[in-house]
Design a protein around this ligand. Sequence first.
Ligand code: BGC
Length: 715
Amino acid sequence: MPILAFSINADMKHSGLILLATLIIVTCKNKTVQPEKPVFTPPVDYEIATMWADSIVNLMTIDEKISFIGGDRIFFTTAIPRLNIPAVMMTDATQGVHLREQFHQYKYEKVLPKSTAFPSPILLASTWNRSLARQYAQAIGEECKAGGIAILLGPGMNIYRISQCGRNFEYFGEDPFLASRMIENYVTGLQSTGTIATLKHFVANNSDFFRRKSNSVVDERTLHEIYTRAFKAGIDAGAMAVMTSYNPLNGEWCSQSSYVIDTLLRQDLGFKGLVMTDWWAVYDGEKVIKSGQDLEMPYRIATENAKQLLDSNKITGLHINRMVKSILTSLYAMQSFGRKPDTSLFSTFEKHEEIALQVAREGIVLLRNENQLLPLKAEIKNILLTGQFINHNAFGGGSGFVKGYNQLTLQSSLECEFGEKLVVDKNPGDEEIRSADAVILSIGTLDSEGWDRPFDLPDSTEHLVQRITGLNPNTIVVVNSGSGVNMSGWNTKAGAILFAWYGGQTGNKAVAEIISGKVNPSGKLPVTIEKDFKDSPGYGYVPEGEELYYDWNEHNEKLHPVFDIVYKEGIFIGYRWYDKKLIEPLYPFGFGLSYTTFSYSNLRTSAGSLRIGDPLAVSFTITNTGNVFGSETAQLYIHDQDSEYSRPVKELKGFEKISMGPGESKQIIIVLDAMDFSYWHPEQKDWYAEPGNFTVMIGSSSARIELSKEIELMK
Ligand code: BGC
């Protein structure tokens, strides 16, 4: 395996880094070096936890063991009272702590009366800010700890393959590198509070259209390069749990597939912690028990069938022991047993609201700003607010739903910024729209787990935007959605477009601050927004003759036959696809505007040619050439000019977000290692860095390369 992480100090002996060392000494004041990858170590050493688990397994009866491999009361592990092993509580997840009825029933309402509704993870990904990912997750971990919750059923990290997927809001976008860097910080932030992170849903669960029946057909290279990268980053960062997904992969349900769990997750990715199923995701007890799976949630097939499988010698006691031991080991290593609510942490909730707000400030993406309509000028007197989400906030639904508290609506947030200049009218007449100095139009979609939704906006919304942008060119369209939507019909008619995702309880305040100019937007898209869904690599995934549906539809799901979703585009998803096919998207991956401008200069590398395995330091300078303070995310892409197997035109391999005052310059240093040049070799079945010429590109988005340089990789 090539080097996965690289520490500047440890590797100073590499001659290629002499330039880097010089750069650091000479320019330490205004320089930013890409940070090292964070790693979490559990409070109890894994080996010791394993020994403890062994001793408990020896004391358990077979009935106790069988009960332990299934869950209890939907969100608990099973207690073994005779051995003083208490049940461990878990909860969803992706936008904060989901407080559920079950918890109320078990009197948890008292210990956790509220939980913060954070912006959705796709908004977090749009910040491109590792430190915010860490703070966000740590805050969620503190809320879990406050409520005595030991396992968070997140982060979700399936890759954005299809803009229509109902759960994209819960994930980190289309690029495995960006998702990985955010996930490793999420994992370490969350687990620093003693709360277990559960990486989900493993694997290739990239659509919610009859998700239990959609067989993802994916080749091995694509699995490694695209769909398991973020999981690997989470595992390397020390995540203690993984949840397997509902869908079959290449013909077998992931939650009972020994290829998925034993081979891919455990052997290839090196995961040694707790594996659990998604809820009601398995069908064959024998397969579950033999697959490497540990915990069936919430209970059923494996537990109910284990006795009979043992009696008929289809499984052995060793299979059950392995599962029990694995669950015990992870929970003991994290000291999860007996976690009590820690009400002293209620005092941290105020800080959590601040973190949630900061995430929204940095993650909302300004896509269009004609004639610098934004920030609104002081002379603007009459602002009309209309549209969908004025007095109630848009949110993502399903298990990731979080109710929140202190909800800031768009209206109340804009009133704070603009006072009496703001006029609210849900049904404005043409003249009212025409005569407003500016119109703020809220539109969007309410995405949810359980189904996919069309890329095209509903007709009523499309007509509304067309009408209002047609009547008033100073219309600021604020979009709340969990994925890209079709904006092609009105994109050029809008004065400004703010892609605000789902902002949680404080997101609207950030929207208002961006419109007023208090905050300079700095979010960049973690996805490509296509012009038309037909352009997307996933187009055609809904079986012919069928249509999208809009509720849980569990009955129909049961009746629905298994169908294939063939990932025919292979590794070419997102910008990799649009680049290869020369399809111009509406808004490219990595794109987002600011109220200031930046220039890029002085690209240097520590070597023009280097040996495989040597690190390559890449240095460049960014200058804030505008008049206001702002933040920019520089993106480093590489291109392998000549490869045995087809490779993307660009692959993200580094990024850095920096803030600068007007006229200020900063130097950025990103260090690439062998892994950054590698691809998954289908025959060698391993990562492979191929000698040859590479282009190193620095972009302000995937479509705008500001600087580039060739380097040679030698044997
Ligand atoms: C979802 C998971 C979730 C689980 C428990 C399932 O429907 O797919 O993401 O963690 O329910 O609520």
